[in-house]
Design a binder for this molecule. Structure first.
Ligand code: NG6
Ligand code: CA
Length: 507
């Protein structure tokens, strides 16, 4: 953007740098913003939360440099609804189509919606999304042109640059998509993707266990075979474009570092969503065996390495001081999520869920209470905050930070909690809503989980899902492990939280 500055004596000077670059240099309140969004990393999976069982020096250094939160929550206990809510500021449960997405889902966030990235872009920031996407691409399920420009795509929802995995590591297509085109695709070997029908002649995990030389499923994941690992969904062709699982962290981290390098002179917003530690966990050989905990622990070390690379890049370009980093996870932890990777056998004393009950998929606390760090050396003090915080508020808080008014109707559920985010207000929200099999609401002291007909326990993932046909009420102050259901003893508290939730639902 060129800006004409009027000088005295009628002279005009053409200033070739963007207005915001200048603004940033003068005004330290306009920082770069990076959201490092881990996948399935639990509250207890990182060293800074007191876990002595795993060594995460880079993440711990980041936590030491800023504010560590003890009561911060992803919006949901699985990926798609959490990510949808984070980027749009709307609770995913307001929409029916925000459950765990297939790899050929259409764009769940529609171009006409205003995302967090739009807010940054409209304010002169360079914006990028790198890593796991899992929010659909193209218009409708199965209609994408995987061999051409995939539209609509991330540029339609605020991201200037994108280098993404369409869904998850365990879902086809197993390729990177850069600026809406599959990377390294040979036009003579077009790619086909389906979540309905298998492709004749293509071997499937369920029929060819002998081809599963890298990982075998423990449940599900018995369709397309890519790199000796069977996945969810069917695909054919595109051989040259297939990612190498061992190199995913390297590939996306390299792109994140490049993005920082390319945009070092202007304010940028980077959504860096790691593949670690989601299944299939196939870390690079340099991490294999290093945690003593098998692939899951090694993937945590790989995540830590990625964080270290980002921090190093900021240091190198002199951006550490004025870059705000939010590090968190999309949902709580799971140990066996569908592959025989020895995560269960080698877990030892490690407690991915920390002191909380449940895990990924669960209405109990470990479903959404996730690691959360905010580092911004120029503004955020070092310390610990017990503020009640939800990812739903990151949208409005960051908009406030960069001085951008959120237009009416945009991010309807997101509230300005900037002071909590920056560690100044140690109280945070009055209440948060957590989404898993059913909705739960917590005012920090009390938590109410709405009755649900869902299973109480998943034997596949060995998770207590938190579902119960009866209302559940826990006192988190005295019973952090949610062991004693006090609903019968405190009916008025149940009624109060239930009414609050109903009011939110009717909005
Ligand atoms: C489940 C998958 C699990 C994981 C999850 C989504 C099976 C048996 N399990 O359906 O492996 O992919 O979906 O995880 O297929 S998330 O973190 O992206 O929400
Ligand atoms: Ca996840």
């Amino acid at each position: 953007m060129k800006k004409t500055v009027a000088l005295g004596l009628g002279t005009t000077l053409l200033v070739s740098c963007s207005a915001n670059t200048q603004k940033q240099k003068e005004d330290k309140s306009l920082p770069n913003v990076i959201i490092i969004y881990a996948d399935d990393v639990g509250y207890g999976d990182l060293g800074f939360n007191g876990e002595k069982t795993i060594h995460t020096p880079n993440v711990d250094k980041l936590a030491d440099s800023g504010m560590r939160f003890t009561d911060a929550h992803a919006v949901a206990a699985t990926s798609t609804p959490s990510r949808y809510s984070l980027l749009t500021g709307q609770y995913a449960w307001r929409r029916k189509d925000t459950g765990i997405a297939t790899g050929d889902a259409g764009m769940i966030i529609r171009p006409e919606q205003t995302t967090m990235a739009d807010i940054f872009r409209d304010n002169g920031y360079a914006t990028g999304a790198i890593g796991k996407w899992h929010l659909g691409l193209g218009d409708t399920q199965g209609s994408q042109d995987w061999n051409g420009l995939i539209r609509p795509g991330l540029t339609d929802i605020g991201f200037d640059y994108s280098y993404i995995m369409a869904a998850t590591g365990d879902r086809v297509p197993c390729v990177f998509v850069e600026n809406q085109r599959i990377v390294n695709l040979d036009p003579n070997d077009p790619i086909e993707v389906s979540y309905k029908d298998s492709f004749p002649g293509e071997p499937l995990g369920r029929n060819h266990p002998e081809m599963l030389t890298v990982l075998k499923p423990s449940h599900g994941h018995d369709m397309a075979i890519v790199n000796g690992v069977s996945r969810i969904g069917y695909m054919k062709g595109g051989k040259q474009a297939l990612w190498v699982d061992e190199n995913i962290a390297d590939s996306i981290t390299t792109k994140a570092v490049q993005f920082i390098e390319n945009n070092q002179d202007k304010p940028f917003f980077l959504y860096f969503a790691t593949n670690d530690i989601h299944v299939p966990r196939v870390p690079h050989p340099r991490f294999v065996g290093k945690s003593g905990m098998g692939a899951r622990g090694d993937a945590i070390l790989e995540f830590d390495w990625s964080v270290g690379q980002v921090m190093e890049a900021l240091e190198k370009y002199g951006l550490t001081e004025n870059t705000l980093i939010i590090l968190s996870s999309d949902n709580g932890p799971v140990v066996d999520d569908g592959y025989q990777d020895q995560a269960v056998e080698l877990l030892g004393d490690h407690r991915p869920w920390g002191p909380f009950r449940g895990g990924k998929y669960s209405s109990f606390e470990a479903g959404t209470r996730v690691p959360f760090v905010v580092s911004w050396p120029a503004k955020v003090k070092q310390g610990v905050s017990d503020a009640l915080f939800s990812h739903i508020d990151i949208f409005a808080s960051l908009a406030k930070l960069i001085g951008k008014e959120v237009p009416a109707g945009v991010a309807p559920d997101s509230r300005d909690q900037l002071n909590a985010l920056l560690g100044v207000d140690k109280k945070g929200r009055d209440y948060i809503i957590e989404q898993a099999g059913s909705l739960a609401i917590s005012d920090k002291e009390w938590k109410y989980i709405t009755p649900s007909k869902g299973a109480a326990y998943s034997k596949w993932t060995n998770t207590e899902l938190g579902n119960d046909a009866e209302p559940q009420l826990y006192n988190l102050k005295e019973d952090i492990g949610e062991k004693n259901n006090l609903a019968a003893q405190f009916p008025e508290k149940v009624e109060q939280l239930k009414a609050l939730l109903e009011t939110e639902k009717s909005k």
